[in-house]
Write a protein that binds this ligand. Structure first.
Ligand code: CA2
Length: 149
């Protein structure tokens, strides 16, 4: 059985504690359950992670590239949080790893502040999903698997 990696960046561990109007009231633990259900329904395993550290996210993407090349990983759903808008290093890591990656945002970043409109992830992502709330995680997993068919 292949694996899907769902990778979450900085501050997403705070989900459900503040800004419910933007991010909803579900916690990251709730999101993990939602992702586990989506993966079970599609017959794949879930690897669910969160880190506040750019280097840890880069290590995970490099590891994902090796796992995909070895045939054990379908790809990655990445919510890079605010690193989306700042990180050339994540851009380079995704490009270098050659991994199939869906960029995900809970909120519609294009309807928010101008500094959230630019993404360093989008040019190296296979697809982008934003604005579906936490339900977007399940939709992104389904989309990743549809692309892999
Ligand atoms: O909409 C998204 O998923 C974002 O990736 C979330 C990031 C934000 O910087 C991006 O522009 C869009 C922020 C994640 C922090 O989430 C919090 C949730 C509750 C309380 C505090 C932070």
């Amino acid at each position: 059985m292949k694996t899907v990696l769902v990778l979450n960046g900085p501050n997403l561990n705070l989900l459900g504690t503040r800004e419910p109007a933007v991010y909803g009231s579900q916690t990251l633990a709730d999101v993990e359950v939602l992702c586990a259900q989506a993966c079970a329904a599609q017959g794949v395993k879930l690897d669910f992670r969160q880190s506040n550290h750019e280097g840890v996210l880069i290590d995970a993407i490099q590891e994902a590239g090796r796992a995909q090349a070895a045939g054990s990983l379908v790809g990655v759903v990445l919510n890079a949080g605010a690193y989306t808008h700042t990180s050339v290093a994540l851009h380079d890591a995704i490009k270098g790893a050659g991994v199939t990656l869906i960029e995900l945002h809970i909120s519609n970043v294009h309807a928010r502040e101008v500094f959230r409109h630019h993404s360093y992830i989008s040019p190296v992502a296979k697809a982008v999903m934003a604005g579906f709330g936490v339900k977007g995680y399940a939709l992104a997993i389904a989309g990743l698997l549809a692309l892999a068919e």
